[in-house]
Write a protein that binds this ligand. Sequence first.
Ligand SMILES: Nc1nc2c(ncn2[C@@H]2O[C@H](COP(=O)(O)OP(=O)(O)OP(=O)(O)O)[C@@H](O)[C@H]2O)c(=O)[nH]1
Ligand SMILES: [Mg+2]
Length: 451
Amino acid sequence: MIIKHKLRTIAAIATPPGISGLAVVRISGDDAIDIISKCFRDKSKLENIQSHTIIYGKIYENDRMVDTVTLSYFKAPNSYTGENVIEIACHGGLIIVNEILDLLYNLGAIPAQPGEFTKRAFLNGKLDLAQVEAVADIIHAVSVPGTRTAARQLKGDFTSRLQKLRLQLLDISGLLELELDFAEEGVAFVERNKIIELIDSTIEFCRDLYNSYRASEVLRSGFKVAIAGFPNSGKSTLFNSILGRRRAIVSEIAGTTRDYIEESLFIDGLKIIFTDTAGLRETEDVIEIEGIRLVNEILENADMILVINDLTYGENHSENLVKEISEKYPSNEILLLQNKVDLANIQPNSGLAISAELGTGIDLLKRVISEKASKSIERISDILINRRHYDLLIEAERSLNDARNGLENGMENELIAIDLRKATKILGELTGESWNEEVLDRIFSSFCIGK
Ligand SMILES: Nc1nc2c(ncn2[C@@H]2O[C@H](COP(=O)(O)OP(=O)(O)OP(=O)(O)O)[C@@H](O)[C@H]2O)c(=O)[nH]1
Ligand SMILES: [Mg+2]
């Protein structure tokens, strides 16, 4: 049950700073109309304003006209936040929009915190938590499919699906508890195999979702490709060749790259993040040691690792390195690249032959990467799973398994019902049926001001 909070009226700029045709200042709260009426000339228009209409007028600071604006009015509860909301569309740029905002503060509004408009929408029951997270994902989206998934999530289909499962679990817990009252008569209100069926389908629901975590991360932030290999194998040359510009320093001195360099490209609508790393070797150089330590972190977080072999030393020169990396990061896609094919007099049997220097094989490599990236998002369902969801789903699965084992081992109804109710509560946290301030703070800290 969400308690309606009485909160002060907030204001913020909702558009990005900089030169633009228009900018929007948003104000939300009980006093929105009152505050605007103190600086908007054409009072009669404002007094008669209808919800979901736009009026044109002028904003004044005392007797000085600040700007000509349009006001869009959304009367509570039919607004984004569920409160009275006015959006002031003024001229863009840095000066006017800030003057209007300062004016609103002087007249009684307070600065909105990051995501506070959306937080109020949640507190007023306009959006559930999964929808709130979808809003953040839409704003930060780096891929077309990611935006589409977030838009589906915003529509609320996921919430309805989840809600249905939760209600079924709650019904069953209720029936199991009811059976206790009739224990002496030995009445069973619900068949055991029906309960197991429902538990199994809920477990599958959880698994499907948490298995799409990696795909969701790719849609949310990009497909990460790390370039690794021995020093001088041509990693930085390849990095530059993929980007089509000279971004990293290339030299014939082994150990040129120390710190890692990250750049991204959009290939077929997906953001691909490439990272050039320090060459892997035994070294005494402290900076290089630190660079190599970072390589491990990068490889661990990568979706795909390109291991570059210098073909002039033979095609099996990096064999042990590939083996070591595959064993260390078994879930990562690993691709061996045989570089410097222009210098070597051999056509390798393993890996993809390229010349980072001359650009040979780079288009094919990009195609392979793009295919792997597309494949990695196949598992996506109707919600972008984030770390919070992932942890909750694992926890819910655990409780459901406990309930399932309990049923199979003839455990008492009461204990099974406890596990089922626990799973229901955890699943409820996904959409915010149950929530606490700490969870909300964490979610909204990633929002921008004005949203
Ligand atoms: N002929 C030829 N030379 C290449 C090719 N790729 C890289 N090189 C040369 O190999 C040397 C090393 O290249 P880098 O790209 O700096 O190698 P790296 O793997 O980044 O090296 P570190 O940063 O030291 O680990 C440079 O002199 C490059 O010009 C290639 O495909 N063909
Ligand atoms: Mg380098």
